[in-house]
Design a binder for this molecule. Structure first.
Ligand SMILES: Cc1cc2nc3c(=O)[nH]c(=O)nc-3n(C[C@H](O)[C@H](O)[C@H](O)COP(=O)(O)OP(=O)(O)OC[C@H]3O[C@@H](n4cnc5c(N)ncnc54)[C@H](O)[C@@H]3O)c2cc1C
Length: 317
């Protein structure tokens, strides 16, 4: 009998309360809707279950942490090892007695946080309304827009290290800078503590409506995309450099540089991950030629270009 790489891996994983799925398609749960499967997708039951898994897992197995994949390109050959996805056990949200501090599970959507803060009269978190990720992804990417980013509203974050140790870290300890933190890739954000300020709920509602309208008018928010493809370089805007390089609307296979916002790549329907990555690299090359700027990918790219048969620490039977 032939076992897949994912099925072979399952037999080496510790017994948890959460759920493992072998050969789990990631294209169904990420924004670009492309790419191959994860060898194993693990949905921990709660933080204790996750910590146990991280302590007991064989240490040679690669780990990736998935939010909702709104800043992510999964390559066509799939993702080796275990992809951890935080579900129901990580969607807590509590407001402290001071009325302006929120403890939010890493699986909660940014938009939900902005809407609840508005209802409760907590200002400062409006920028989250149009960012389509989770709190875990927002922390890791130091997500932001319209002049505010996570580090401006973060009190601290609760994380679990790749060895299963729980730690509370401050923004300084997380090394937060523009769309970047120094949090190791295999450490998991479990929850974040955010600090807002008291503000009139009706004013906040107006601000949310304005932010959402601005976004609808300027970004392809209803398409298969990964958000901003490249980080803005110092003193310049990535989209302007891409436009100057003549890349607006450019296509490779089913991938296209958005005609609406040319720092967004879109899957027009039948793109492969390779189409999207090749197009991104082509754009980088043209920008380098025309302006001398070497753009940095903001979108995270995971996995193999082609399917590999390597099995971690064991031969497939
Ligand atoms: C239409 C659109 C508009 C966007 N607009 C903005 C914007 O205005 N500003 C902005 O900053 N971004 C924007 N983005 C990008 C994206 O939404 C953000 O980067 C978001 O924070 C990613 O969250 P996610 O849950 O989707 O993370 P994913 O895309 O799933 O993962 C992104 C990274 O975060 C890590 N990660 C996710 N969860 C955790 C966790 N619990 N613990 C540790 N690491 C974790 C992943 O390992 C990966 O490295 C946009 C994207 C789209 C599609």
């Amino acid at each position: 009998m032939e076992y897949s790489r994912g099925q072979a891996l399952l037999s080496r994983l510790p017994k948890v309360r959460g759920r493992y799925s072998a050969d789990a398609p990631l294209s169904k749960i990420t924004w670009f809707q492309v790419g191959g499967p994860a060898d194993v997708l693990f949905k921990p039951a709660d933080p204790q279950d996750l910590a146990f898994f991280l302590q007991e897992r064989p240490k040679d197995i690669p780990l990736h942490i998935l939010g909702v994949g709104s800043n992510l390109l999964v390559r066509d050959g799939g993702v080796p090892g275990v992809v951890i996805r935080l579900g129901r056990g990580f969607t807590n949200l509590a407001i402290a007695a001071d009325g302006v501090t929120l403890d939010v599970g890493a699986g909660v959507l940014d938009r939900t946080v902005a809407l609840i803060a508005q209802e409760e009269g907590i200002g400062g978190l409006e920028f989250l309304v149009g960012i389509p990720g989770t709190m875990g992804g927002a922390l890791k990417m130091n997500a932001g827009c319209y002049g505010t980013e996570m580090k401006d509203v973060l009190d601290s974050a609760l994380v679990i290290t790749d060895k299963g140790q729980l730690m509370r870290l401050t923004p300084q300890e997380l090394g937060m800078s523009y769309r970047h933190t120094t949090l190791p890739d295999s450490w998991v954000v479990v929850s974040v503590r955010l600090k807002g300020h008291t503000e009139e709920s009706s004013l906040l509602k107006e601000r949310l409506d304005t932010l959402l309208a601005q976004r609808e008018a300027s970004q392809p928010v209803r398409t298969r995309t990964g958000g901003s493809t490249f980080a803005n370089p110092d003193g310049a805007r990535a989209w302007e450099l891409i436009d100057q390089a003549g890349c607006r609307g450019l296509r490779i296979g089913g991938a296209q540089v958005s005609p609406m916002h040319c720092n967004f790549l879109i899957n027009t329907g039948d793109a492969t991950a390779q189409d999207l990555e090749t197009l991104g690299e082509h754009v980088r090359m043209r920008v380098l030629e025309t302006s001398g700027v070497d753009l940095r990918w903001e979108i995270q790219r995971w996995g193999d270009m082609v399917t590999s048969t390597q099995v971690y620490g064991a031969e497939a039977a």
